[in-house]
Ligand binder design. Structure first.
Ligand code: NIG
Ligand code: FE
Length: 406
């Protein structure tokens, strides 16, 4: 709806005056709210809001929000939404006790996804991704990042990134793309990782950057995948094109990737299920955001990232879905919200900021979305009747969204 007045809003949640700084430490849980509020939308932009008593008379259509909460839509700063097929066949192996790594070794995992993607046409890939995106928006996501990384050769990586570009062009919500060529080592390069890294940094990236197909660059730093030297190469290669890094680190092991990425000024470090003392210190002394992915922890039955500890140490926290067919086959940020509270012990306010305001910084859309602020896009969630913000994580697994405005 491009022009509209929302009236009698029980609580208007997530108000900011400007979006200059991320929220961390004590301010991670600062959420400004107006009770009994109105909000004016013109040309899809938040034009005005305030106490219901001050609601202006306008010619605009009005929508009554009695008993309902209105808040900014979530920002999903880490997804692999473009993929070929489900990997539900891995579920059985997982239930038999096989780990993520064992499943990958048995022919599942990222390489399996890459095989499937290779066979799929660009059009089909787009059609499926488009349907997923529609679902994502319905569940409250109002801006999203999408990674490549299931191509693992130049043609297929570019195929994925072109699909993301079309999504960007046609989607009603802001989309950012991330080049994740270094997601797994392809079979042909099994014994020559250096040659694959050369390909990623010196052939894939220049072409991708040349066609403006990537906003960010990423790498999966993990034993059996990519190491510190590869991480350094990726960040330096990205720097040449002015492309900032958002990196998969510390999902299963900690070996210095956090320190290295922080020293290079990475925008965001994602996963962080396994953290040691040096990792905290590096994050504390950097401007890098920490992104936790609780759906992955739930699905793989691995530890949750120590989000409370990150906040305590004044490290800005972001929450995202990691939506992908291998480790997090869900895009539902309402469930992320619930897990962040029930499992990671965040307050609803801390989790809310991690999913909205801070998340916007993790993909550089903080001037457009992520809070109720005059001039930002009116990408809004209107909840079902609720007492307050805590109702969303409380009614976990239920749909508390009445409608979204995009
Ligand atoms: O973020 N960890 C690496 N990448 C994805 C999983 C990819 C897959 O298994 O397909 C993740 O969890
Ligand atoms: Fe991921």
């Amino acid at each position: 709806m491009n022009n509209l007045v929302l009236t009698n809003i029980k609580q208007l949640i997530g108000i900011t005056e400007n979006s200059k700084e991320v929220k961390k430490g004590n301010s991670q849980g600062d959420v400004q709210t107006i009770k009994n509020a109105y909000l004016v939308i013109r040309d899809g932009i938040i034009q005005d809001f305030g106490q219901m008593n001050d609601c202006p008379n306008t010619e605009l259509t009005s929508h009554d929000c009695t008993n309902q909460l209105v808040m900014p839509m979530y920002v999903d700063s880490h997804t692999h939404l473009v993929f070929a097929k489900s990997r539900s066949d891995e579920m059985k192996m997982r239930l038999q006790g096989k780990s993520y790594q064992e499943i990958a070794e048995a022919g599942g995992g990222i390489l399996n996804s890459a095989k499937k993607l290779h066979k799929m046409s660009e059009q089909q890939l787009y059609n499926d991704a488009h349907l997923r995106l529609e679902q994502v928006i319905k569940s409250g996501t109002g801006a999203i990042e999408i990674k490549s990384g299931y191509g693992l050769n130049i043609e297929d990586e570019m195929k994925m990134l072109r699909v993301i570009r079309v999504l960007k062009q046609l989607s009603p919500i802001p989309i950012k793309s991330t080049f994740l060529g270094a997601h797994a080592i392809p079979e042909e390069f099994k014994n020559n990782k250096a040659a694959y890294m050369y390909l990623v940094c010196n052939e894939m990236l220049p072409r991708i950057a040349g066609e403006n197909l990537a906003d960010f660059i990423d790498i999966f730093c993990e034993i059996g995948y990519f190491d510190l030297d590869d991480l350094k190469q990726i960040i330096e290669a990205g720097d040449k094109f002015g492309i900032k890094a958002k990196v998969h680190v510390n999902q299963f092991s900690s070996f210095g990737a956090v320190q290295l990425a922080c020293s290079y000024g990475a925008l965001s470090l994602d996963h962080l299920e396994v953290m040691n003392k040096e990792d905290y210190v590096a994050l504390e002394n950097s401007n890098t955001l920490a992104t936790a992915l609780p759906l992955c922890s739930m699905f793989l039955d691995i530890p949750y990232s120590p989000a409370k500890q990150l906040i305590k140490r004044n490290i800005p926290l972001v929450l995202a879905s990691d939506f992908n067919p291998g480790s997090a086959p869900s895009s539902n940020l309402n469930l992320v919200f619930a897990l962040a509270c029930s499992q990671m012990k965040l307050t609803p306010e801390e989790a809310f900021n991690a999913l909205t305001y801070n998340a916007a910084f993790a993909i550089n859309v903080q001037d457009e979305v992520g809070s109720i602020q005059v001039g930002k896009k009116a990408n809004l969630i209107i909840t079902k009747p609720a007492n307050g913000l805590e109702d969303i994580p409380y009614w976990f697994g239920e749909n508390m969204i009445s409608s979204v405005i995009v």
